[in-house]
Design a protein around this ligand. Structure first.
Ligand SMILES: Nc1ncnc2c1ncn2[C@@H]1O[C@H](COP(=O)(O)OP(=O)(O)OP(=O)(O)O)[C@@H](O)[C@H]1O
Length: 503
């Protein structure tokens, strides 16, 4: 069907006055937005503002109550993902859908009517065009998060998508990988592909996007060229009111110990899958950053300390006593809590209510002492302190937006009243305002004596929060930097090792 006016005739995507309700709640309230060929268009908004719902509507995954969506001039009148894809739209989700037991090539070609082997030549050409190094015959389970995203992008391109939606593609990437992704996005845009780019990071948006639209409570409140708006204007449009000051959520007594030299966690020559001979310690009240590029072994180290992966050799001590036969429940009992990077696999019970999720670690510690009213009260405290957007504490976690799920996961860890906290990408998917609340929360926990290991791909976050920074590369500790170390110094250590090895 022809579009209605001259401008829109150029549009790859033309959304007009779209409304979406879940029960009585309107999540999209008359949204109109367009995407032109070669345009990189940022979509920004607080957690729960409606970004993913809008993008899912464009991708045929959510059916709007009213309004119209056209892709490449054709109305998406019977929405389905298959139809949106046939019209040239591909959505790269926040969490890539990878079938681990299949090869990379099979993953890219999944769902197409030709066998993967016959598409190999075309996939190889796309891989070369994007200048990525990807072993098409490797088992997909071995792929890093960054490469999983590339697989998703290739899935779109092999389907000849002219419009891509990238939903927070950089949230688990280090600066180096972000640059590589941006180079690929620029190449795609230069070839006429249009891209909707969802991100919570203004700096990245400024670097890569031509235009911006800001969603607040289901409505577009600001839209136009990137250069026409200052950061302050954008943040104000997004939040409308200043973010609340963080509330102290700790259940520890008010007169908690000041940061000291008491060693809470000692890791001694620990070796496991993907890392070896790692030694470090955390003192009470200390925030230690752990930086590195994807594949450096940071998550593997954290998962091994927490008993999710086998230990090959070495020791872990907690409060001076050996922490042997580690499993998550043993660690939680002893006061060591881990916020996982992979919230889908190890995080929330998506069909359980929010208050149950927030109390899940406590339930394990003292199953007989929990009462529904206590759970609800506990959840309410976290809800107001972190601005968790939900209808009620009884809502299943599945119905929350991604950023709000991340906040509930953090609440679950904090509710367990840890002595040592390992945070793996704690602000992944969290909006700008809530990010500052979470930083204040982390600092307040440290001020009360909790020892914190902060793993983050966002080096700015590491610099902002850490008392010192450990840098890992290739499964080993590459070095340590003092408080105030620059992002460049961290990057130098993390990437220097990789470049030296590549040379
Ligand atoms: N299936 C559903 N049932 C009920 N409510 C839902 C459902 N899916 C989403 N919502 C609600 O719709 C609102 C918008 O969610 P959406 O995922 O679009 O937000 P978002 O802007 O993408 O947030 P984030 O930045 O956290 O990813 C949220 O309040 C969420 O709780």
């Amino acid at each position: 069907m022809a579009l209605r006016d001259g401008t829109a005739a150029q549009a790859l995507i033309d959304v007009r006055d779209v409304w979406k309700q879940y029960g009585p709640v309107a999540v999209l309230k008359g949204v109109s937005i367009t995407l032109a060929p070669g345009q990189i268009h940022a979509l920004l908004g607080g957690n729960g503002a409606g970004k993913s719902t809008l993008m899912k509507a464009i991708a045929g995954l959510v059916v709007p109550n009213s309004g119209s969506i056209a892709i490449a001039g054709t109305l998406l009148d019977r929405p389905s993902a298959a139809r949106a894809q046939r019209l040239g739209l591909y959505l790269v989700p926040q969490e890539a859908h990878i079938f681990g037991s299949q090869s990379v090539l099979e993953n890219i070609c999944m769902g197409l009517d030709k066998p993967a082997a016959r598409l190999r030549g075309r996939v190889e050409a796309l891989v070369a065009q994007l200048a990525v190094s990807l072993d098409l015959d490797a088992q997909a389970a071995t792929l890093e998060i960054a490469d999983r995203q590339i697989v998703e992008i290739l899935r779109g391109l092999i389907r000849e998508a002219r419009a891509l939606i990238l939903d927070e593609p950089t949230s688990a990437l280090t600066p180096h990988e972000v640059e590589a992704l941006f180079a690929r996005m620029r190449a795609l845009a230069a070839s006429g592909v249009g891209i909707f780019f969802i991100s919570h990071k203004l700096r990245e948006i400024r670097e890569i996007c031509h235009d911006i639209s800001v969603l607040r409570d289901g409505a577009i409140v600001l839209s136009g060229p990137m250069s026409a708006h200052t950061d302050a204007e954008i943040v104000t449009a997004m939040t409308r009111v200043a973010a609340p000051v963080a509330v102290d959520l700790s259940t520890a007594p008010a007169a908690a110990p000041a940061p000291g030299s008491e060693r809470r966690l000692e890791v001694e020559r620990l070796s496991g899958e993907g890392f070896s001979e790692v030694s470090f310690s955390l003192a009470a009240g200390e925030i230690v950053g752990l930086a590195g590029v994807v594949g450096a072994g940071r998550t593997e180290l954290a998962e091994t300390i927490f008993g999710l992966r086998p230990t090959l050799s070495g020791a872990v001590r907690l409060g001076g006593a050996p922490l042997e036969n580690r499993s998550p429940s043993v660690c939680i009992d002893r006061g060591l809590v881990y916020l996982p990077e992979d919230r889908q696999q190890f995080g929330l019970f998506l069909d359980a209510p929010l208050d149950w999720n927030a109390s899940a670690y406590l339930m394990h510690k003292m199953p007989f002492f929990l009462r529904p009213r206590d759970e609800a009260r506990r959840f309410e405290r976290f809800r107001s302190a972190m601005g968790i957007k939900c209808e009620s504490h009884l809502q299943p976690a599945r119905r929350l937006s991604g950023g709000n799920q991340q906040k509930v996961l953090l609440a679950k860890c904090l509710a367990a009243d840890p002595q040592v906290l390992i945070l793996d990408e704690p602000t992944r998917g969290v909006d700008v305002a809530a990010r500052n609340d979470i930083y204040a929360l982390i600092r307040s926990l440290a001020a009360q004596g909790v020892a914190i290991l902060l793993i983050s791909s966002d080096f700015d976050e590491i610099v902002q929060l850490s008392d010192r920074v450990l840098v890992m590369a290739f499964g080993a500790l590459e070095g340590e930097l003092p408080r105030g170390a620059s992002v460049d110094a961290i990057g130098g250590l993390a990437f220097g090792a990789r470049e030296a090895a590549d040379a």
